[in-house]
Write a protein that binds this ligand. Structure first.
Ligand SMILES: C[S@@+](CC[C@H](N)C(=O)[O-])C[C@H]1O[C@@H](n2cnc3c(N)ncnc32)[C@H](O)[C@@H]1O
Length: 387
């Protein structure tokens, strides 16, 4: 699918349902960030070759499928692996399913790992898009987040990605770290936009219970201030829009033709395969998730058991509820349908409409106050069984 129009266009959002994609999880990290609740392993770089062999074998045992339009390598820190190792996974996907010439092939990367050689090696292996975990341009905030990079690393990483030929460069930022002021955040956004990224993600720092940050907050340590975070989000939206980046999801902004196809597909209830530990997939109406522990994952694949830990059939009304939950995160909203009608007829739905949080725009249900999306999603979930 080629994307030419605005990243928030309804036809783009809906057409993404037809993108077939794959998510590949690479769990290795030099160190575990204290706020991170993703499936990561620290100090296990001795297992990377064996892990990649297991992922390749998982790919080879997946039933054949149509050609893929997007592959997303998330982490963890995919950029810790040498390009030929990541390339062997891209090749396995291409051999098993086929990958469109126009496919988006993304990896997440840490700025401190990134070099010109790494960047050109990755382009040679078929990567087209990189998403850097920049998080902040304030050294004090980076230290508070437990990050190993400096603002200079981010600048050099973006330059190296561009000169190596990446066609899309994205930056992830986190706002609301305890101690981060509005001034610091405004400077972070300004410096990020000054690098002219094609795509920007700005996430509110979330305190996940099973993390060192979660433990610190439970013991009475400083927590993010939600009111300040709301103001910070507004600041980011205004700055990004004046830099011609269009907000197409609650936390995601892109220049035309640079919305993340993989994410668009997931939000449109498109199908995707999940490979690697902790990965999720959604195919033929079945959602499945893999085991989360590194050793368990590798041993199960090596002994031919497969890595799937659980499956869930998503059909009927459950699929309709999920369609709304995913679609409402997008600026384009979602066609109203039976779920939208049920929401508008429910007490909590009516309250949200009266409060100007959600409304109909033609036949589409759109969240008009994106920061309150979770409230709308809760109201959708509360619809429960088919009315
Ligand atoms: C799992 S990380 C992997 C990419 C890369 N290794 C890194 O550390 O940036 C993906 C992104 O999730 C976001 N993230 C992870 N944990 C978060 C949290 N607790 N609150 C907000 N954003 C978070 C960060 O912006 C990060 O860039």
């Amino acid at each position: 699918m080629t994307e030419t129009g605005r990243p928030d266009a309804p036809n783009l959002a809906d057409a993404a349902a037809h993108i077939r994609s794959a998510y590949v999880h690479i769990p290795f990290c030099a160190r575990w960030c204290p706020y991170c609740d993703f499936a990561v392993v620290e100090g296990r770089d001795d297992s990377t070759d064996r892990y990649v062999r297991a992922v390749v074998s998982e790919i080879e045992s997946e039933p054949a499928w149509g050609e893929l339009g997007a592959i997303f390598f998330g982490g963890g820190t995919p950029s810790r692996l040498a390009p030929p190792l990541l390339g062997s996974i891209v090749e396995a996907v291409a051999e098993r399913f086929g990958v469109a010439d126009t496919a988006e092939v993304t990896l997440e990367a840490n700025p401190e790992d990134w070099t010109e050689d790494l960047a050109s090696g990755l382009v040679a292996q078929g990567f087209t898009r990189v998403s850097f975990g920049a998080q902040s341009f304030d050294p004090v905030v980076l230290t508070a987040l437990g990050r190993a990079h400096t603002p200079d690393h981010i600048v050099r990483a973006v330059e190296a990605a561009r000169s190596a030929g990446f066609s899309s460069v994205s930056l992830d930022l986190i706002y609301g770290t305890p101690g981060e002021s509005m001034d610091s955040w405004a400077r972070t956004v300004e410096k990020a936009l000054g690098l002219e990224p094609d795509h920007l993600s700005a996430y509110a720092l979330t305190v996940e219970p099973a993390t060192p940050l979660g433990m610190q907050v439970r013991r009475g340590g400083a927590a993010p201030d939600p009111d300040l975070q709301a103001d910070m989000w507004e600041r980011a939206v205004a700055a990004a829009e004046s830099a011609c980046l269009v907000r197409y999801e609650v936390s995601n902004f892109a220049k035309p033709a640079h919305a993340c196809l993989y994410n668009l597909g997931v939000w449109a209830q498109g199908e995707y395969l999940g490979f690697g530990l902790g990965a999720h997939g959604f195919r033929d109406g079945v959602r499945r998730r893999n085991v989360k522990r590194l050793d368990t994952y590798v041993e199960r694949i090596e002994s031919g058991l497969g890595a799937v830990q659980g499956t869930e059939v998503i059909g009927g009304w459950a699929a309709e509820i999920e369609r709304l939950m995913l679609g409402l995160r997008r600026a384009a909203g979602v066609t109203s349908g039976a779920g939208g009608e049920a929401l508008m007829a429910s007490d909590s739905g009516k309250r949200l409409v009266d409060a100007g949080v959600v409304g109909l725009s033609g036949d589409r249900l759109v969240v008009t106050r994106p920061l309150l999306t979770d409230e709308v999603v809760r109201a959708v979930l509360a619809l429960g069984e088919y009315p």
